[in-house]
Design a binder for this molecule. Structure first.
Ligand SMILES: Nc1ncnc2c1ncn2[C@@H]1O[C@H](COP(=O)(O)OP(=O)(O)O)[C@@H](O)[C@H]1O
Ligand SMILES: [Mg+2]
Length: 252
């Protein structure tokens, strides 16, 4: 399963993606959760102790002069799967975690790690690894190349005017650049059935799941804990579990 969560900042991408990856980790061996947002969010929602999971310089080499291809790549002999085993942080439920964008030190360090990150996501054997991506909130950035890994793009939408507007924009972008096999909406912070209808109408996307407004999720976040650790029986967690089931049935 290769899934990317996109949506406006604050819509609930990290909370849902983290919970989704944890649930997936309970039944699958190889789950990689990837955070491409420079602001840490996914680590917390996954329950990974540190959000610092960069790809070190030693794992990356510069393209030789006169050679074709991207400027940096994983060093010769290091496969994508080995890089994950070696450098991704292992979190609860066996989920591996890689951070794409955190800026530490010079921006050149970030560029090296980003090329490697992109290569890992592109080359990790699809039949062996599940990928769950938490993409940044902006409308343009998410689809710059590397998000192609996703067979299923899930747009997380709150029933608010702004969130609905950016959902439509994201949907158009996703279809324009590299159409995924499935492009679906997840209605989040739902307080009444009419909220789901609103998301369906205004986003123009099929709504694959409705996650209720759940105070305990916000409380877990305030306490610095992952929903799966702090409130595993919360209604919002149950809704993410049904989302996973639905996608499984659709073989995404
Ligand atoms: N269903 C929900 N009910 C209540 N609060 C939620 C729900 N989903 C997310 N939140 C809260 O909303 C805030 C933003 O969520 P987050 O996952 O960080 O959004 P994003 O990653 O899209 O920016 C967090 O405080 C989170 O705990
Ligand atoms: Mg986030």
């Amino acid at each position: 399963m290769r899934v990317a969560f996109v949506g406006k900042g604050g819509a609930g991408k990290s909370a849902i993606a983290g919970t989704f990856a944890r649930l997936l980790g309970r039944s699958r061996d190889h789950v990689l959760a990837i955070d491409s947002d420079p602001m840490p969010g996914l680590a917390l929602s996954l329950g990974v102790p540190s959000s610092d999971a960069p790809i070190p310089d030693e794992a990356v080499e510069e393209r030789a002069e006169g050679e074709q291809g991207p400027r940096y790549r994983l060093r010769a002999g290091l496969s994508a799967a080995e890089a994950v085993q070696r450098y991704a942080v292992e979190g609860p439920d066996g989920v591996r975690f890689l951070q794409f964008g955190k800026l530490r030190g010079h921006v050149a360090t970030l560029a090296r790690s980003q090329f490697a990150f992109r290569q890992i996501v592109a080359e990790l054997p699809a039949d062996d690894w599940s990928l769950v991506g938490d993409l940044p909130g902006g409308t343009r950035q998410p689809f710059f190349g590397w998000a192609r890994f996703a067979q299923t793009v899930l747009v997380v939408v709150e029933p608010t005017a702004k969130s609905l507007l950016s959902a439509r924009r994201l949907a158009r972008l996703a279809l324009a650049e590299h159409p995924p096999e499935a492009l679906l909406a997840v209605a989040n912070k739902v307080r009444e059935p009419a909220d789901v209808d609103l998301v369906a109408q205004r986003s123009g996307l099929p709504v694959v799941a409705a996650v209720p407004w759940d105070e305990s999720l916000a409380a877990a976040e305030r306490a610095g804990r992952a929903p799966m650790d702090a409130v595993p029986d919360a209604p919002a967690v149950a809704a993410v579990a049904s989302l996973l089931e639905r996608l499984r049935k659709g073989c995404s």
